[in-house]
Ligand binder design. Structure first.
Ligand code: DP6
Length: 324
């Protein structure tokens, strides 16, 4: 093994067309393609060390050593990297995020994207962006979208080779901002990992998946043409479709709090009155409110007046994963 230590930095992302449900849970081949934007200024820093002295993998997240399920997930991922590079050496992973957990910003996306890049580099593998994206997908589906920069599409694909993400436009293409309205920091009742396994139990999932190519086309075109109104409509529809499937799965899950709905209503009202703004919600109660950067301070101060909004966290469009 040439280099045995490497550090990588990666941004989380917010999806406008959501990934929900897998055709192949083990390979993380998604039920449908998805489109997202990376969140700039928010970062996971991950250092990977292949250390012959270790008797097992070790995982340190934000300064705390983790065992159990989080370590097992990282170890299973590292097994893939070990298989690719023909080594059996155990690894120490040291990762930290500069954004707080419980904000509705998935740290698994940026964490596994940074881990993929750092682990591949430390193992001496030379992977192109497509191969890195495929590798990141095995750790966390949405992580494959944090490898390329800016606005990104993940092609559902047919198999491991064809399911990867690629940039639609670089971050400087369109100055949008994500203002996350935080209504709760409590732990989610059902994580997205478990949620994906429930997706097919909803009668809405098939409808959502069958219609995905149409929504992807509209979303991709809206981004390329910087058509805010078209992006707003398709992203809100897509978010509502995902939550319709989530609310009608067996068992059903309701992620929204009263303040979640308060923000959704307010955002739609502001848009009707002429402010370019829309919402999208991941598997949690916090609301991602997207607007052109010029409207960030107006939208942030309006969000902060809504009952139940504890605080807002803002991010512009971010770049690709990079070595540190
Ligand atoms: C609602 O990528 O977190 O944020 O593959 O199990 O790690 P795993 O799931 P994850 O799911 C993301 C779900 C979502 C929608 C999205 O980001 O597309």
């Amino acid at each position: 093994m040439k280099d045995c230590i490497a550090t990588a930095i990666s941004a989380p992302n917010i999806a406008f067309i959501k990934y929900w449900g897998n055709r192949d849970q083990h390979l993380r081949l998604p039920a449908n393609g998805s489109i997202s934007m990376n969140l700039g200024g928010l970062e996971s820093h991950t250092q990977v060390t292949f250390d012959p002295a270790l008797r097992a993998d070790r995982l340190v997240l934000n300064g705390l050593e983790f065992n159990g399920q989080p370590l097992q997930r990282v170890s299973a991922f590292l097994e893939i990297v070990r298989g690719m590079s023909g080594t059996s050496t155990f690894v120490r992973v040291d990762s930290s995020n500069n954004f707080p957990t419980g904000t509705g910003i998935a740290s698994s996306a940026s964490g596994f994207a940074a881990l993929s890049l750092a682990a591949a580099a430390a193992a001496g593998l030379t992977l192109d962006q497509r191969q890195l994206s495929r590798l990141a997908r095995r750790g966390s589906g949405s992580a494959c979208r944090s490898i390329p920069g800016g606005f990104v599409e993940w092609f559902a694909g047919e198999n491991d080779e064809t399911s990867f993400a690629q940039s639609i436009a670089p971050h400087e293409h369109w100055a949008l901002n994500d203002c996350v309205a935080i209504v709760s920091r409590e732990h989610k009742p059902v994580g997205s990992g478990e949620g994906h396994t429930l997706a097919d139990t909803s009668p809405f999932q098939k409808v959502r998946v069958d219609d995905a190519p149409r929504r992807l086309d509209i979303c991709r075109r809206a981004i390329l043409e910087r058509d805010f109104e078209a992006l707003a409509e398709i992203a809100e529809l897509d978010s509502n479709l995902m939550h319709a499937a989530i609310m009608t799965s067996s068992p059903p899950v309701l992620y929204w709090q009263p303040a979640t709905v308060g923000v959704m209503r307010a955002v739609q009202e502001w848009r009707k009155k002429g402010t370019p703004v829309f919402f999208t919600i991941d598997a949690g109660p916090n609301v991602h409110v997207i607007c052109p950067s010029a409207y960030t301070s107006q939208v942030t101060s309006q969000l902060n007046t809504i009952p139940g909004v504890k605080e807002t966290l803002c991010a512009p469009v971010g770049g690709p994963a990079r070595l540190g």
